[in-house]
Design a protein around this ligand. Structure first.
Ligand SMILES: Cc1ncc(COP(=O)(O)O)c(C=O)c1O
Length: 414
């Protein structure tokens, strides 16, 4: 194939191949938002919130949905509902967004980082079991980017050791494990609907659960102690003494936007799976690159991002920044992963406030951080002509890898 665009060759696509704008908008939703505005029913467990909670829980096979202000406090409320607090440990994967750890700290507990699997990039169940101590009160498997954590193994271990399970599904809207939705397998499933997510209202989140008692605790934790189903000021019972409660309510506007998006979620996820399958097929024929393995029993697989892993010869010796620059120059805008939480610029816990089981997480630090490239989920929403271009770009960069070994980016003038 011709010379790389990064080095002056002709790009596969002059503009970014992605033509999908995000989040999606529609006139119909806009009209409904105006109607909602005029109704003045903007919060306080409004009909729009209840409608969305029901629809989202049903889609994912859960009995209850509790709508909240974002996907960090959903984790926090999940922990509060399970009674996690000071002196407890919560096991989380080393590769995730910092919020997974922050939520643990916010309830006064200690996050314990464990390594990931090199295939799924999700929590390694063996490492999880090894990290359990008498202080372990909960585990948060994260379904990361384009894979689901091994729920069968993690749930089996957690149940045997009487450890609570919160699935962090911020990346897994619409994902299905063995016929039932993400977030309905653990005690609590936590989702984020922030601006970039597959289902998005700019901000907000939801907790799913099948347990009536947990549903009550989740609702009270986010609604200053009120139980579900009573009007503001009409509560007949207060929250349990051990439950710290907040105002973590989302708004009816967000719920309305989300309820409309859920109607198209099945189609969206099916398109993403079609595109992912085509890229996987191309990558299978290339040397030095592989894809993040889908969740072992995930079908369809949800996607927040599609991950390429460059960890074998001849690609493993090429700096990741050069690979990203080459893909981007050809028209495939992409970036790295979050990297390990405990090395993230925004991670601000003191050494005694967290624990890295075994002292380090080599797979997350190497493959998860230095060898992996994320392509946004919006790319997967493009038509097959664009997906073919993505395949051509990946093939071109891999086939011309020698041009990249000694590439040094020009320093930018200030
Ligand atoms: C894995 C993961 N967990 C939790 C969160 C937190 O969600 P929010 O930004 O809605 O607070 C995010 C957000 O990016 C995330 O990616």
């Amino acid at each position: 194939m011709s010379k790389l665009a990064l080095l002056g060759g002709k790009p596969v696509s002059v503009t970014n191949v992605n033509k999908v704008s995000w989040p999606p908008i529609s006139e119909k939703t806009g009209d409904k938002l105006k109607e909602l505005y005029l109704s003045r029913k903007w919060s306080f467990n409004s009909p729009s919130e209840q409608e969305f909670e029901k629809a989202y829980a049903k889609y994912h096979g859960a009995k209850h949905g509790v709508f909240m202000v974002n996907g960090t406090v959903t984790l926090e409320c999940g922990l509060l509902a399970l009674g996690v607090g000071k002196g407890d440990e919560v096991i989380i994967p080393a590769l995730t967004w910092i919020a997974t750890a922050t939520a643990v700290k916010d309830v006064g507990a200690k996050p314990v980082f464990v390594d990931i699997e090199p295939t799924t990039l999700c929590m390694d169940p063996v490492k999880f079991e090894k990290a359990i101590t008498p202080k372990t009160k909960a585990v948060i498997p994260v379904h990361l980017y384009g894979s689901m954590a091994d729920l069968d193994k993690i749930i089996k271990i957690a149940k045997k050791r009487k450890i609570g399970i919160i699935e962090d599904c911020a990346h897994m809207q619409g994902g299905v494990w063995k016929g039932r939705g993400a977030g309905s397998w653990g005690d609590v499933g936590s989702f984020s609907f922030q601006q970039s997510k597959t289902v998005s209202a700019g901000e907000s989140g939801i907790c799913l659960t099948n347990d009536d008692k947990l549903a009550d605790r989740l609702f009270r934790a986010k609604h200053i102690g009120y139980p579900n189903g009573v009007a503001q000021g009409a509560a007949k019972s207060g929250p349990p003494q051990d439950l710290r409660c907040h105002n973590y309510r989302g708004t009816a506007f967000q719920a309305l936007i989300l309820a409309d998006q859920v109607k198209g979620l099945k189609k969206l996820i099916s398109t993403y799976n079609r595109s992912a399958a085509a890229i996987e097929k191309t990558v299978a024929g290339l040397k030095g690159v592989r894809v993040q393995t889908r969740g072992r029993m995930a079908s369809p697989q949800g996607y927040y991002a599609f991950v390429l892993i460059f960890d074998s010869a001849p690609m493993k010796d090429i700096p990741l920044s050069n690979i990203i620059a080459a893909l981007t120059a050809e028209g495939l805008g992409c970036g790295g992963t979050y990297g390990t939480v405990y090395k993230h610029l925004l991670f601000n816990m003191k050494k005694n406030e967290y624990r890295i089981d075994g002292g380090s997480c080599p797979v997350a630090e190497d493959i998860g951080t230095l060898r992996s490239v994320c392509i946004t989920h919006q790319h997967l929403g493009n038509d097959m002509a664009a997906i073919k271009k993505i395949c051509t770009i990946i093939s071109k960069v891999v086939e011309n890898h020698e041009e990249l070994i000694n590439y040094k980016p020009k320093s930018k003038k200030l």
